[in-house]
Design a protein around this ligand. Structure first.
Ligand SMILES: [Zn+2]
Length: 459
C-alpha cells in the first residue's frame, strides 16, 4: 500500500504576491503538474518526472505494450546513438537537420541522438543474414527516449527536447502485405485511444521528412493544439491542413465528398503512422529471400506514439483549471483514503473504521491505493490535495464515520459530487470502478475481432 507520508512529492510553494517570471508558455496541465510537484522543469525544455506522474507514464507504457503485442509486435531496444553515416546513406542528412542533436565521439565519428530509428532498425536487419519470406511480416517496436532540439519548447511535456516514444517498424514482402501491417497496427492504435476515453481523431497527414506514400496522424482535440485539422461532418473525412501545404491553401469544401460542411479544429498530435515503401530498405540494402530464394527489398512501415505527450495531452483535454483529471487506466492510483486527524475526539473510533475500509485493497490491489495517513494535517487540507491530484475515488473517514447510528464515509469521485455512504456501499463502488477498468482493458480482445473483420474487408 502506498503511504502519502512517504511519498516524494515536491509541491511547488509560491509565496503570495510573488512575481513569477514566466519562462515558458504554460498549458493548464503543465501548470497543475508543476504546482502539484508531479513534474519538475529541468534545464530548458527538459523535465524531471516525479513518482506520482511516473506511475501514470508506466501505466501508459503497459497499455501501449499490450496493444503492440496484440498487433504482433516484438519488443527490442536500439541504441540512442545512431551513426550519422546511416543517415547519409538514406539522404536524410542533407535535409533540415537543425532540430537534431549531433555529436562526435573522441575519434571524430559523428552520431545523432536519435529523434527516430528508421535507419538504425533497417541497418540492423540489413546486417542480419538474409531473412526468409517465411519470417515475415516482422513488426519490431521499442519504447525509449527521443531527442529534438526544439527552438520553442512549450506546454511542458507536450513539446519537450527529450520525450518518451513508442516506435514500431514493420517489414513485409510486398506493398499489399505492408498495407495489411498498416491496417493491423492502426487498428491497435484506435483501440489504444478508445481505451483512454479521450476524444481523438485520425487524420490524413503529410509524409514530411519521413517520406513514404501514406500517412496518418492521431490527434486529441484541444485549443492548445498546434495543428489545424479539417473535419467533414457529411462524410468521414479528416485531414491535417499541412497536407495542402498551408492553412491558406486548404480547400473550403471537403476533398472527399465536396460538401461545404467542413470545420476547422485544433489538435495535439499524439501519434503518427507511415507507409514507407522501400525509402530506407533500398539504400541500406535490407532484403529478404523470396519463394524462389532470390533477395528482394523489404517493404516498410513505421508507427510512433508519443508516450509522455499522450499523458500530458490527455490531462490537458480532461482537466479543469483547478483539478487534474486522468484517463481511468492512467490515473496514478485508483483510490485515495484519508484518515482522521490526530488529536481529534473521533480519532480512535474512526481509525477502527479506517482499518476496516482498507480491506478494499482486496478489490483494487494494494498497489492502486494511496493511503493519506498524514494525520498531522486536517482532513480539509488533504482532501484539497486529493481533489487536485484527481484520484478517481477519494474516501474520507471523518466525523460522521463514528456516529453511533448509521456511520457514514464521504466518497468523492473525480469531477463528481460528494456522496455519504457506509463501508459496504463504498466497497461496492470501488468494485464497479475496477470492473470498468477491466472492461476497458478487455476491449483489447473485443476490438481485435473487429479488426480482423475490417482487415478482411480491405483485402
Ligand atoms: Zn466530406
Amino acid at each position: 500500500m502506498n503511504k502519502a507520508s512517504r511519498l516524494f512529492w515536491p509541491t511547488l510553494v509560491t509565496p503570495k504576491n510573488a512575481v513569477v517570471k514566466q519562462t515558458e508558455q504554460l498549458s493548464r496541465s503543465q501548470k497543475l503538474l508543476t504546482e502539484l510537484g508531479l513534474v519538475k522543469p529541468g534545464s530548458n525544455g527538459t523535465y524531471q518526472i516525479m513518482p506520482i506522474a511516473q506511475r501514470a507514464i508506466d501505466k501508459c507504457i503497459q497499455l501501449v505494450q499490450s496493444n503492440m503485442q496484440a498487433a504482433g509486435g516484438q519488443k527490442i531496444s536500439l541504441p540512442v546513438l545512431t551513426p550519422a553515416q546511416l543517415w547519409k546513406k538514406t539522404g536524410r542528412l542533407e535535409g533540415d537537420i537543425s532540430e537534431f542533436y549531433m555529436l562526435r565521439d573522441r575519434s571524430g565519428k559523428q552520431f545523432l541522438m536519435s529523434p527516430t530509428h528508421e535507419e538504425a532498425v533497417t541497418a540492423m536487419l540489413a546486417s542480419t543474414a538474409p531473412i526468409s519470406y517465411r519470417q515475415l511480416p516482422l513488426r519490431l517496436y521499442q519504447i525509449g527516449p527521443k531527442f529534438r532540439d526544439e527552438l520553442k519548447s512549450r506546454f511542458g511535456l507536450m513539446r519537450a527536447k527529450e520525450f518518451l516514444m513508442k516506435d514500431m517498424y514493420s517489414f513485409d514482402v510486398s506493398a499489399e502485405e505492408a498495407a495489411q501491417s498498416y491496417a493491423t497496427v492502426t487498428a491497435a492504435y484506435e483501440r489504444f485511444f478508445r481505451q483512454l476515453e479521450v476524444p481523438f481523431v485520425q487524420v490524413e497527414a503529410a509524409t514530411g521528412m519521413m517520406g513514404g506514400s501514406q500517412s496518418h496522424e492521431y490527434h486529441f482535440i484541444s485549443p492548445v493544439g498546434e495543428d489545424t485539422l479539417l473535419q467533414c461532418s457529411n462524410c468521414s473525412y479528416a485531414g491535417n491542413v499541412e497536407v495542402f501545404g498551408s492553412d491558406t491553401d486548404a480547400p473550403s469544401a471537403c476533398p472527399k465528398c465536396q460538401s461545404s460542411q467542413l470545420s476547422r479544429v485544433r489538435g495535439v498530435e499524439v501519434a503518427h503512422t507511415f507507409l514507407l515503401g522501400d525509402k530506407y530498405s533500398k539504400p541500406l540494402g535490407a532484403t529478404f529471400l523470396n519463394t524462389t530464394g532470390k533477395p528482394e527489398t523489404l517493404i516498410m512501415g513505421c508507427f510512433g506514439i508519443g508516450i509522455t505527450r499522450v499523458v500530458a495531452a490527455a490531462l490537458e483535454v480532461l482537466s479543469t483549471e483547478q483539478e487534474l483529471r486522468w484517463p481511468k487506466l492512467l490515473a496514478p492510483y485508483d483510490v485515495c483514503v484519508i484518515g482522521p486527524k490526530a488529536g481529534s475526539k473521533e480519532q480512535a473510533p474512526a481509525e477502527r473504521i479506517e482499518h476496516e475500509l482498507l480491506q478494499l485493497t482486496q478489490i483494487c490491489g494494494a498497489e492502486q491505493l494511496l493511503h493519506d495517513e498524514r494525520k498531522e494535517l486536517t482532513i480539509g487540507k488533504r482532501l484539497l490535495d486529493a481533489k487536485r491530484l484527481g484520484h478517481p475515488l477519494t474516501i474520507v473517514v471523518g466525523a460522521k464515520a463514528t456516529q453511533a447510528e448509521a456511520p457514514k464515509l464521504e466518497l468523492h469521485t473525480s469531477g463528481g459530487e460528494k456522496q455519504e455512504l457506509d463501508v459496504a456501499q463504498v466497497l461496492q463502488l470501488v468494485d464497479s470502478h475496477e470492473r470498468h477498468k477491466q472492461q476497458l482493458l478487455e476491449g483489447t480482445e473485443q476490438t481485435d475481432t473487429k479488426r480482423s473483420q475490417r482487415v478482411g474487408h480491405v483485402h
